[in-house]
Design a protein. Structure first.
Length: 113
């Protein structure tokens, strides 16, 4: 089962969902802006992605700068910011078992199929 952290207002997120549907896959949707992930969940996703925390963040969001965050911020501070402000989580994000993929570009999501 693929869990898809989805923001219906985001064109990339909608495109990723369409890709899954084209392939006959119905992921479990998680509207992560309303159902924010916990610190443990974010840490597990980061481990599954295998990337530094900063790479799973939307650094262009206004709140990123308002919080005084930057590329060299401590990973614990970045994680705490995503827990408190899930808009900072890069989207779309798909998780299957111990693997995760950020759907940028959208075709990257096919790695979980």
């Amino acid at each position: 089962m693929i869990t898809y952290w989805h923001n219906p207002r985001c064109s990339k997120s909608r495109a990723g969902l369409a890709l899954f549907e084209e392939k006959g896959v119905t992921p479990e949707l998680r509207l992560y802006l309303q159902d924010a992930p916990s610190l443990d969940e974010l840490q597990a996703v980061q481990a599954a992605l295998g990337v530094p925390v900063i790479q799973m963040m939307r650094t262009g969001e206004k709140i990123f700068k308002e919080l005084g965050l930057h590329n060299e911020s401590a990973e614990a501070d970045l994680m705490a910011a995503m827990v408190e402000h899930p808009i900072l989580i890069e989207r779309p994000l798909a998780i299957k078992g111990d693997q995760a993929v950020i759907g940028r570009p959208t075709e990257a999501l096919a790695a979980l199929l």
